[in-house]
Every structure is written in structure tokens, then in C-alpha cells.
Design a protein around this ligand. Structure first.
Ligand SMILES: CNc1ncnc2c1ncn2[C@@H]1O[C@H](COP(=O)(O)O)[C@@H](O)[C@H]1O
Length: 357
């Protein structure tokens, strides 16, 4: 199993054996995990050994990125941008159908097979994995999605499903293709349960996304959007995303009170907030656990789900993220076991397999 580091590791190390048993046994839903951000380090290192780059620049990029990912204590990010700069090298290692099969299988096993550290239970009870359909010189977007779905569907429907991500940088044509693929696959009985909007928060015009996202919702897909992830996200950007009535919101770190009210009014039930504590702390969008927006949602009894985001660069796990809830301050939030169990239940209830409207 990949070793965790950083705030999640410190919180986990502070727990007593009883606390650990409690967290391991808790039914947990992982609803915000990006496939290419969740590849176990061993798998990415194995792929690097088979990699034959065509230019010196590619070799350097992959070598530099792997060096950062291997640091035992975890990467120190100065800003969220440093995260996005890791992706080209990871993508360079996952361009073939074989590599996509390998990484998808490894990620599913990592989340869903027993952890092997003495606990019978897997990291999470239910996983909604998300990925951006990527066309490469070796495959079309349809092939990419088919490969990922073939692996996801090896697990029972109560354990695993797929969310199709669209990237904020996508052109209208690319969006059209990805959303159509997601709808067609769902209609063919493949296990696509939702659409996600992700990618560099400073890029893209979300107004031009709305008709595509509404089409996905009308086709019965769940909708989750990364929203107000950074201070660079404008009110117009968030309003455009909220106009599509998303079922869940990713991060929502800088959502103003006015926008929170709009999000609540939009739906019969409040949109669940996908909270990624380590990602926000390490990506420096939250200054500390004390300052984290999770407090607002807990205080206002608003549904949340605890997620890992990208376990490869953020060196965390589901258990690590739940440890951040249970550990005493300053290492964790110091929630009671009852409160942590309630948060875990909210997460299970927010799965797209059980849409609430
Ligand atoms: C840290 N917070 C984040 N904010 C926004 N987008 C993120 C992200 N973390 C990951 N991604 C999105 O997921 C892609 C990798 O997985 P897939 O190729 O789709 O499987 C990244 O390229 C980015 O677009």
C-alpha cells in the first residue's frame, strides 16, 4: 500500500488503536477521486520503467516529476499550480490502452480491496471514480472510457461506478463529444453515473459549459462541479455552474454566503459538498484546519462527504482523511466518534446511485 505523508499521516499516527478500528469499520463513500491523480506510486514507477520518450524534454519532465512524487515526506506545494504542473508527466506514462488498464486496475484495488494492514475492510465501501476521457495517439476517447469502465464493472454496482470528467479548458466540440459519450454509455447500460467539471480553476468560460451540463442532467446523470476552488474564481463563474443545478459541489472553498444561499435554493435537497482536507491544505487553498470551510458546513448541518482528491501527489488515503476529523486539534478537528459516523453516513447518502431529486 502507498505510504501516506503530511497532515493525514500526522493525524493518523496520533490515534489510539480503538480509534483506528472504529474508522476502518465505518462504511465510507469516496466520491471525489481523480483516476490519474490516484495512481499508486509503485504503479507509476513501473510504468516509468517501460517508458520510451521521443525527446530529451519528455525524459526530463518525467524524471523530475517522479523525483518529486517519491519524496518520502511528500511534496511541498507553494500553490495549487504546482499540482497541475505534475499532470503532463503522469499523462505521458498513461497514453496506451495497456497503461490505462494497469492504472485503473491498480487504483480500484487500492481503494476497494482489503488494505492488507491487518484490517479486513477496504479503504472505502463505495467508490465513484472520476476521469477525463483522453484521446491519445494510441486510442480515442471512447476507447479510453471503455477501458476504464471494463475495469470498474469488475466490481459490483454497490461498490464502484464512474463519473466522466470534463476539463475547464475543453472546446465546445470536445465537451459535446465527452457529454455525448457519457450519455450514450449510460443508455447502453454501462456504469456511468455522473459528469464532473474539473481542471485548472483559472481556465475556461463556464457560461459556455451550461448547455452541455444541462443536457447531461436531463439525461439522468448526476452532476458535480469543482466550484470556487480558488480566489481567482469569479462570482459569474460560480453562478454559471450553479445555474445547472449541480447535485454536488467539489471544494466550494471560496463560495460566498450569497452563492451558498443560491446553491441551497436551487434544489429539493442541499448539494453535498465534497471536502478534500489534505488537498486543500497542501494546495494552499486553506490556510489551516482551523480556517477550513468544513466548519461552516458542519455548523450549518449541510451535507458533506470526505474525499481524497488525488492520493498520489497529496499522499493521503480515506483513512487518513477521516483521521483528520477524529484526531485532536491541532492535528485534527477533534470531532466525536458519533459526529464522524454521521459525516460518513452523509457521504454514503450523497452517492449518484441514489440521486436525491
Ligand atoms: C487539486 N484539485 C483539482 N482541481 C481541479 N481539477 C483537478 C484537481 N485534481 C485533479 N484534477 C483534474 O483531474 C485530472 C487528473 O485525473 P484524470 O485525468 O481526469 O483521470 C487533472 O488533469 C485535472 O484536470
Amino acid at each position: 500500500m502507498s505510504e501516506i505523508a503530511g497532515p493525514a499521516a500526522a493525524a493518523l499516527a496520533s490515534l489510539c488503536p480503538d480509534d483506528l478500528v472504529f474508522l476502518q469499520a465505518l462504511p465510507k463513500a469516496e466520491l471525489h477521486a481523480h483516476l490519474n491523480g490516484s495512481i499508486p506510486i509503485q504503479t507509476i514507477l513501473e510504468l516509468a520503467q517501460q517508458y520510451s520518450p521521443s525527446t530529451v524534454a519528455q525524459t526530463t519532465e518525467v524524471t523530475d516529476t517522479l523525483e518529486k512524487l517519491r519524496v518520502k515526506s511528500g511534496i511541498v506545494f507553494n500553490e495549487l499550480d504546482d499540482f497541475f504542473s505534475l499532470m503532463p508527466a503522469i499523462y505521458a506514462l498513461t497514453t496506451t490502452p495497456e497503461a490505462v488498464t494497469t492504472v485503473t486496475r491498480a487504483v480500484l484495488q487500492w481503494f476497494l480491496n482489503p488494505t492488507g494492514d491487518g484490517a479486513e475492510s477496504p479503504q472505502c465501501t463505495y467508490l465513484e471514480l472520476r476521469t477525463t476521457p483522453r484521446a491519445t495517439t494510441h486510442m480515442t476517447r471512447e476507447r479510453y472510457l471503455t477501458i476504464v469502465l471494463d475495469e470498474v464493472e469488475m466490481y459490483p454496482a454497490i461498490q464502484a461506478a464512474l463519473i466522466v470528467s470534463v476539463d475547464r479548458r475543453m472546446s465546445d466540440l470536445d465537451l459535446e463529444e465527452c457529454v455525448s459519450l457519457a450519455i450514450e454509455m449510460k443508455n447502453r447500460g454501462r456504469r456511468v453515473v455522473g459528469i464532473d467539471v474539473c481542471g485548472d480553476p483559472r481556465r475556461g468560460d463556464m457560461q459556455s459549459f451550461t448547455r452541455h451540463l444541462s443536457r447531461a442532467k436531463d439525461a439522468g446523470l448526476g452532476l458535480t462541479v469543482h466550484i470556487a476552488e480558488t480566489t481567482a474564481n469569479t462570482t459569474e463563474d460560480s453562478l454559471a455552474l450553479l445555474s445547472c443545478r449541480p447535485d454536488r459541489l467539489g471544494h466550494a472553498t471560496f463560495l460566498s454566503d450569497e452563492l451558498k444561499a443560491i446553491a441551497r435554493e436551487n434544489r429539493h435537497c442541499k448539494p453535498c459538498i465534497e471536502i478534500c482536507l489534505s488537498s486543500n491544505l497542501l494546495g494552499r487553498t486553506a490556510a489551516s484546519l482551523d480556517a477550513h470551510h468544513i466548519h461552516y458546513y458542519l455548523k450549518n448541518d449541510h451535507p458533506i462527504v470526505i474525499c481524497t482528491d488525488d492520493t498520489l501527489p497529496f499522499r493521503t488515503s480515506c483513512l487518513g482523511e477521516y483521521s483528520l476529523l477524529l484526531a485532536q486539534p491541532p492535528l485534527g478537528l477533534g470531532l466525536s466518534k458519533g459526529e464522524v459516523a454521521r459525516v460518513a453516513r452523509m457521504g454514503m447518502d450523497a452517492a449518484f446511485l441514489r440521486p436525491c431529486d
